[in-house]
Ligand binder design. Structure first.
Ligand code: ADP
Ligand code: MG
Length: 701
């Protein structure tokens, strides 16, 4: 492990690597371009490209690629070798400034929601100078990766990163305005920080490969419950099996080499479910790092004879996997804007920024909701383990009381962070944190950051962070308007008004109780909060006129870009459900039905051969046979009906209607087909049942 720590960052080209290799002037120019202050000159790009090439080729790299995040859930890369011809017919290694800065993948083959048609398919990948180039080592070669943003010929965003970069810029500007108006003269930049917790499952590779549903859709479309689930609470934080800890150690070593400070690893609630979390960093870097973490988990698992499942809900009946996005704002001079400090009551900065979050989440919660809306995450939200599809904020009693006192001009005492005495001599007394840990809230204040728990495990944190930046930035811009007009005399009053009004108008969004309870669903309804349980309707809010205008106004996405994005996501929703339906029908026709018929024949034979023992003896077997046959009938009925619905969905030309039809017909059709399958699995001879069961998948490693 000592060696592992020594190799930290050896596969990533950080600013310190560049500093060593270029002149002071070039480095200064590069730093300014990272903050979006200037554009990199051609000359500087040339020098930097050369430095990166030297570093990468010394580490064995033969190829480079522009690495980007199109509107799928995956990353994309196109490799080129460094080889260039020379006049003397020799080949040399070359990597020019323009190779570094710009790539030209064909944009028409990625989802683009109609922004690019095939005849004008050009797209560009542009180097994101604020994220680090890195190398990936494979057994037979090494490749240099350049993190990029993906845009169209005319500059429209075609990826998930551009909106994040745009909103990071926006929230920096608005937060700085507020800070200045509040008297801060020192901070020069406000960064959006993100810490991303990643949950996943592991299954044995040979079991995974024996299930076409896992292979093609990422989740089990059928499977009778195992006799044991997670009810004993014996997996969460449990002792980690050797096989798993070996895998986790390999993941950590790989991530550390890439400069990703992987920090926490543990067993999660469901059997065979785990979590990994790095230290937080600036949002676009954290988001790129999360992509690398997902890929590293998947790759490393294979080396250990395992497959990692990043799907939100691979198994029915046990917890699904989320991706907790810890979001915060910090200044270049080291202040966390959500740190309540010793005395939150008098911490004006904190109260203003916290008010902006409360107000923005209440005003724009449909945006937060749609940023997490996918066909796969639908299986998880509102399940007993995941936050409900209702958005609310957990603030904790102490902060809620402080805001309530300000809003209602009360002087009531606030129970300050108190000491906890355990009445046990050998244990020290400790002080309580002002932000408690409420695990059932979708948007929880946790001490100096907000933890958004709704996003699914396979999603990119870039999308949710962009939306939070957009809405909080928007409200901060309104606060800035008011604060900038204040005089020294009126400032305290205006500050007070902002905090009081935000709380008075928007406190319905604050909920400190159990977010998983039935009472909360009722209470939320009374408060007028919506419970948007499915992605098809949640996504539609992307094209709500008011939201389109807001998103355009702050420069996150133009109306056309938003419309295109809605199209891409809605199409994806329909396609995923269609693929699940087709996969299930295929498995039933080719495997489950034949197995069931074989078993029925076996039973029928048995009954015939043993009829001499009398009616009473064979009664049970006859009942079983009847049961099997009625499930066979149900299999036929449900597959036929699902086939019809697939055709109906694919014939619907209106996209929003198509998503509704997919939700209504395919989701329910898949559920209906699952019933006879699970019934049959419970009774059919294990030798005839071709699939690994939930017991195999969840308990064997
Ligand atoms: P848990 O939610 O499991 O209790 P922790 O409190 O350990 O988790 O932290 C969760 C995540 O929050 C970590 O990934 C950590 O890096 C991140 N985090 C801590 N401070 C910040 C911050 N200022 N901005 C963004 N993320 C942060
Ligand atoms: Mg967490």
């Amino acid at each position: 492990m000592e060696n592992a720590m020594k190799s930290f960052g050896e596969n990533v080209f950080r600013d310190s690597n560049l500093k060593k290799r270029v002149s002071k002037e070039v480095f200064k120019e590069f730093k300014a371009s990272q903050l979006g202050k200037t554009e990199l000159s051609k000359e500087a790009a040339e020098v930097i490209a050369n430095a990166i090439k030297d570093w990468a080729t010394k580490r064995g790299a033969t190829h480079y690629c522009h690495w980007f995040q199109p509107l799928t859930d995956l990353t994309a890369e196109k490799h080129d070798s460094f080889l260039e011809p020379t006049e003397s017919e020799e080949l040399i290694y070359k990597f020019s400034g323009s190779n570094l800065i710009k790539g030209e993948p064909d944009a028409s083959s990625f989802p683009n929601g109609g922004l690019r048609s095939t005849f004008e398919a050009r797209g560009y990948t542009i180097w994101d100078t604020s994220s680090y180039p890195f190398i990936r080592e494979n057994k037979n070669g090494v490749t240099l990766y350049i993190p990029t943003a993906f845009i169209s010929f005319t500059g429209e965003a075609l990826d998930k990163k551009v909106p994040l970069l745009r909103t990071m810029k926006y929230i920096n500007e608005q937060a700085l305005r507020v800070l200045r108006a509040l008297g801060n003269t020192t901070s020069k930049h406000v960064f959006n920080t993100l810490g991303v917790e990643q949950e996943y499952f592991l299954v044995k590779k040979e079991l995974f490969e024996a299930r076409d549903d896992l292979l093609l859709t990422g989740r089990t479309l059928f499977g009778a419950p195992a006799p044991k689930g997670q009810e004993l609470n014996d997996h969460y934080f449990g002792k980690i099996k050797d096989k798993v800890i070996n895998f986790m150690s390999d993941v950590d070593v790989e991530l550390w080499k890439l400069g990703i400070p992987s920090k926490t690893r543990h067993n999660e609630v469901a059997p065979n479910q785990f979590e990994v979390a790095p230290l937080f960093s600036v949002a676009n870097l954290a988001s790129d790092q999360n992509q690398i973490i997902m890929e590293t988990i998947e790759k490393t698992a294979l080396k250990h004879g395992l497959v990692a499942l990043l799907h939100e809900k691979p198994f029915d009946g046990v917890n699904g996997s989320g991706k907790h996005n810890n979001w915060s704002l910090g200044t270049d001079d080291g202040k966390n804007l959500f740190s309540p400090g010793k005395d939150p009551k008098t911490n004006t900065n904190f109260l203003i920024f916290a008010s902006a979050v409360i107000e923005s989440v209440d005003r724009y919660y449909p945006m937060l909701r749609y940023s997490t809306a996918t066909a796969t995450n639908d299986h998880r939200l509102g399940g007993h383990e995941a936050p409900p599809a209702i958005i609310s904020i957990f603030l904790g009693e102490e902060l809620t009381t402080i805001l309530d006192n300000i809003a209602n001009k009360k002087d009531a005492p606030v129970s300050e962070a108190s000491e906890v005495n355990l009445s046990v001599d050998v244990l020290p007394t400790f002080s309580m944190d002002s932000g408690d840990r409420n695990r059932t809230s979708p948007f929880a204040f946790t001490g100096n950051k907000f933890e958004f728990r709704m996003p699914g495990s396979s999603s990119t944190p870039a999308t949710t962070a962009a939306v939070i930046n957009a809405v909080v930035g928007k409200v901060l811009s309104e606060y800035a308007e008011k604060l900038e007009k204040a005089t020294e005399r009126t400032l305290p009053k205006i500050i007070n008004e902002i905090i009081a009004n935000a709380y008075k108008k928007h406190h319905r969004i604050i909920f400190n109780g159990n977010g998983y309870s039935e009472e909360w669903v009722k209470e939320a309804k009374k408060r007028g909060l919506t419970n948007e349980v499915s992605a098809n309707t949640a996504l539609r809010k992307m094209v709500d006129p008011e939201i389109l205008e807001l998103v355009d106004g702050i420069g996150m996405l133009s109306e056309q870009e938003s419309l295109a994005r809605y199209n891409a996501y809605a199409e994806r929703y329909v396609k995923q459900l269609t693929i699940e339906s087709r996969t299930f029908i295929d498995i039933v026709n080719k495997n489950i039905l034949p197995s069931a018929l074989k078993f029925a024949n076996l039973l029928a034979d048995h009954i015939e051969k043993n009829s001499k023992y009398g009616k009473a003896f064979i009664k049970e077997q006859e009942e079983l046979l009847k049961d099997v046959l009625s499930n066979v009938t149900a299999l036929r009925k449900e597959t036929k009906s699902l086939e019809k619905e697939i055709a109906r969905v694919s014939n619907e030309e209106d996209l929003p209607k198509q998503t509704d039809l997919a939700k209504e017909k395919l989701v329910s059709g898949l559920e209906a087909l699952r019933v006879p399958c699970d019934n049959l699995e419970k009774v059919i001879d294990k030798d005839l049942w071709k699939f690994p069961t939930y017991t195999d998948l969840l308990f064997k490693l």
